[in-house]
Structures are given as C-alpha cells and as structure tokens.
Design a protein around this ligand. Sequence first.
Ligand code: UD1
Ligand code: MG
Length: 450
Amino acid sequence: MSSALVILAAGKGTRMNSDMPKVLHPIAQTPMLVHAMRAGRALAPERTVIVAGHGAESVTKAALSEDDTAQVVLQEEQLGTAHAVDQARAALDGFEGDVVVLYGDTPFIQPQTLERMIAARAENDLVILGFEAADPARYGRLVMNGDRLERIVEFKDASEAERAISFCNSGLLACDAGTLFDLIAAVGNDNASGEYYLTDVVELARARNLNVTAVACAEAETLGVNSRADLAQADAVFQAAARAALLEQGVTLMAPETVYLAADTVIGRDSVIEPNVVFGPGVTVESGAQIRAFSHLEGCHVSRGAVVGPYARLRPGAELAEDAKVGNFVEIKNAEIAEGAKVNHLSYVGDASIGAKSNIGAGTITCNYDGFMKHRTEIGEGVFIGSNTMLVAPVTVGDGAMTATGTVVTRNIEPDALAVARAKQDNKPGYAKKLFSILRKKKENLSKGQ
Ligand code: UD1
Ligand code: MG
C-alpha cells in the first residue's frame, strides 16, 4: 500500500518568541521539520506535503533542501488542524493510498511507530496515535471503548470525567486518502475554540460505521516543542540518546555529557572522542580515529587512525586521509590532507591539498583569498614546509620540495627544490651592546626630568 505524508507546519509558535517559524528551530542542528520528514521517510512515501503558513518562504526552502520532491502548500489563515490538512487536498489529487498526518514540531516520532500505525490500518479505516500522558494537561483525550476509539475530546470541550482520562491524542493519524478528505469536508467549527478540529474525523467516521482505533507510543516520542525551554529540553533528550547509541556502537566518549553531536554525526567503532568536542552537521569519523579535546568539526571526513586536536577546527570540505594529523590551533577548510601528512600547530590550510607524508610547519598559512576570489594551494608528497611559510595562492609546491622558515611563496616550487624568500641576515658585532646603553641612558634622563 502506498502512503503519503502530510506534515503540519503552519503554526506561529508564539511562545518561541522568535522571528523564525517554530518548525525551523533546530534540534541537534537540524530543523525540527527535517526530523519529522526523516522519520516519515521510513514509510517510503509516494508524496510528501508540507502545510506552511507562518514563515512559509523559509519553511519551503528548508523542506526542499531536505527533499526536493516535497510539495509545500500554503495555509493562509490558521483555522485549525482539519483546515490545515485540507490544504493538502489538491496536492494529493489522484493519490491512492494512506495519508499519514505528522506535526512539524513533534520531532521524535520513531519510524517504527509510523509502521505500526500503517500495520493497524489493515484492520481499521482510521488509526490515531495516542500515548499515556504522565501529566495529560491540555491534550485532547481519547475516549476508548475496548480497542475501539469512540471520539477525541479537546481539553477545552471536555467534561470533568473526560478530563480524568490519561490516554491522550498525539495528533498523528493514518487514514485512506479518499476517506480522510471526505471526512474533513464534513468537519465544522462549532466548538470552544471556533476551529476546525482534525480530531472530529473520529466521530464522523464512526457515524459512517467505519472502524477506528488508537495505537499507543511512548510519551517521549510525542514530545512537542512550544518554547525555548522545551527546545533545550528536546535537544538534551536527543543528545543523551545519540551519545548512548555511540557508546553502544563501540565509540569511546571520555566525558559523554560534554560532547555535542549533530543529528547526522557518524563515528566509527574504536574512535576516541575526548571531552568538549562539538560536531556540526555533516561529519563522518572513521574507525580508530582520535578527536582530542575542544575541537570543532563540521562538514568534514576524518579517516581511520587520524588524530585531530586538541583545539582544532575542521570546516566544511576538510578531508583527512588515514593517519593524518591536525594539531592544536589549526584550521582546515576545503582541503585534503593525504595519508600520514601532518599539520601540527597554529596553521590555516584552506582551499588546498597536501600530499602524503608532507609536514606543514607551525604558523603556515595558505593565503587563499585576495579580497575577491579564492585560490588553491597544491602541495605534493613528502614536502617539508618550514615554519611561518606564507603560501600565496594560486601556487604549487612539487613533491619532495622544501621551504625555508619564514618564506613567502609567490611562485610555484619545482619538485625537490628548496625555496627561500626572506631578507638576508646581517649580524653587526657589538651593536646590541651599544644600543642597550643608549636606550638605558634615554630612560634615565626621562625619569630625572619628571
Ligand atoms: C492538537 C490536537 C490535540 C492533541 C495535541 C497534541 C486538534 C484539534 N487537537 O492540539 O488533540 O492532543 O495537538 O499536541 O487537532 N497547525 C497548522 N494549522 C492550523 C493549526 C495547527 O498547521 O491551523 C499545526 C501546528 O503548527 C502544529 C499542529 O498543527 O504543528 C498542532 O497544532 P496545535 O495548535 O499545537 O494543536 P493543539 O492545540 O496542541
Ligand atoms: Mg500543540
């Protein structure tokens, strides 16, 4: 059976107190909406429709950059969850199969839960996802009769007896597309909020003798984000789970609670991550690598046996081959560091390639930017770059070449050559002594005059 996702993401999220639409606030550096889209991908949906409203332009951009086949529809006015789903009607024209409704601000829903909802659809026309709430607060309540769901009552409209129910509505549902849109067409807004409630489809379905049930999931999966405090809490929950998963996979985290991961961080077995390391998006670390304390990595790849840090920064496009070493206060951007090459101290290597076994001395800088354009520095194999070398790109250093300390390289260096480009040293005998005594006198005269 084919399926389609409808992800509700039109709400403003007033309590976020933000110019950014709520669903774009990130958890583990990935927008909440993208987390929901990724969970939904487990169903291999034939179509994905995002219902946007507040900040629709930026929501569209984020949705399409995750999945360029997604369709974004606009809900101009937020008239309720049923009205929101109704906005996807045209986008799902001609689609036959199940519609699964997700919320863009409920990022922890598990793919297996969605699969269970789809499985329950085999015996039921409409499946609602519920959860036992520790504190049911203002959630809609699921009124069950055995395994049959009779209706959902919103907190505002509920009686005392109904408010005592702790089995709550997550908001997610699965239903055949044709049936769902028929039911939604019949939803009215005669309730305490004057909104078109998606939850009303339950009673409408029962009135048509359709089978309706609820599937339960853990409350943690339905954790919604409404405020910055919720966002921080959700991020902490994500981090704890991601760290635990890495430990389980055989990665050593010396101080797990100080390592900050992105949603897509991949770290191989037997790697060691020292304390206070931050992973931005798009990082892959192969097995047996070592990321030392206080390093910051994003958009990069670290191969087996490589050592990074302490205090290193790997920016997007940094590619470290096996056994490469990047040491303290080194920044690497858009550069390949080949097998066994070393950049151990205080250097900037950007838009460059460094050949196997080359050694880059302390304080080396690839001068890659002329104020308008970026240029490349190509360094061959087995090269020795002396400390404090400036490589003014574009420039090439051949295999086996060497630069003298303090050299400013402006021309290509042929293989095996030594480049020296610095002022010649001149030692003047006795000059220092003379200069010291002149200066000493000057200082004495000055303090006498005061
Ligand atoms: C909804 C459910 C409630 C459930 C709760 C779970 C209804 C009527 N109520 O209530 O039973 O317990 O979620 O969190 O469905 N949205 C739109 N357009 C709209 C209205 C909402 O896109 O016009 C989106 C919101 O951005 C949000 C989601 O739908 O992602 C839910 O809306 P929200 O206003 O939070 O519904 P609740 O009142 O929490
Ligand atoms: Mg809500």
